[in-house]
Design a protein around this ligand. Sequence first.
Ligand code: ADP
Ligand code: TRP
Length: 320
Amino acid sequence: MRILSGIQPSGKLHIGNYFGMMRPALELQEKGQAFLFIANYHALTTVTEPSALRQGTLDVALDFLACGLNPEKTVFFRQSDVPEVTELTWLLSTVTPMGLLERCHSYKDKIAKGIAPSHALFAYPVLMAADILAYQSNLVPVGRDQKQHVEVTRDIALKFNNQFGQVFSIPEVSIRDNVAVVPGIDGQKMSKSYDNHIEIFGDLKETKARIMRVVTDSKGLPDVKVPETCNAFALYKLFATDEQAKAMADKYRAGGHGYGETKKALHQLMTEYFEPLRKKRVELEKNMDYVESVLKKGAELAKAEAGRTLLMARRAMGLG
Ligand code: ADP
Ligand code: TRP
């Protein structure tokens, strides 16, 4: 089974990225042949500073390696090291109905947030389809907000296969139901673009300050509280064992429990959880040649695979 996912290097990774995409993707490393890439072509739709893109790309590489990406098992690469996907994007564009792209929430959301509506932003899902289809992927682990893009990919692949013959595998999306959407400190979806995020490897003081700012309701200390609707509890649950989560929920329902206590417990569990990974990241940072060599080797394997698919697609369409 071929598993594939990508992430944009458009800012520091946060715990929404971690629980929504990174950890599920890393767990799937054991279940089949995984391809993971840093989507720097996609990031060009929003990152316009070259040095920020370069640095962001290396940061994502370090984050993934620190969080357990095993380069012996997983093909890890930079999207732009495989320019074959941009040619495939064009081929796929010719079978992509405008209406399919016009319906994409992500495009509408980004425009609503004030991002300039470029052609690339609109065509973003077609490049994503090329990423997925170039490697004949079967399973795509992503957060819920990317589900529609995988559905678009399926539609494009089915249409292509139908018109030109069987070239692409049809991918399935994989979403962890228990961590569908990680809330940010303001209670909306955690996202770097809302500045409501908690970085995985952020400054320790800043991380604590952000956790203490997590929005809760205004119930007083003695009041009975509802864990299911509490943001601090939702974040705590991500790091807690089932027993810890149950014990905390019981305290909410009993009254006499303050939200500050949940936040302190959350801070402690999160710090403990990421401590060994943080140490690993510091070590990796001293050895950027190694990081670069991992990405180069990954790119060679990815290029070979994407090249094969591209050739099939070109032939099927009557090119060359
Ligand atoms: P951001 O919203 O911070 O820009 P991205 O859109 O780059 O994050 O998302 C990268 C990956 O992380 C995607 O697979 C996405 O679904 C997942 N992800 C992002 N934010 C969350 C969240 N709050 N909860 C769950 N998954 C998330
Ligand atoms: N669009 C994805 C995101 O913002 C990143 C991405 C690009 C991706 N290409 C992909 C994810 C292919 C999965 C498969 O998170």
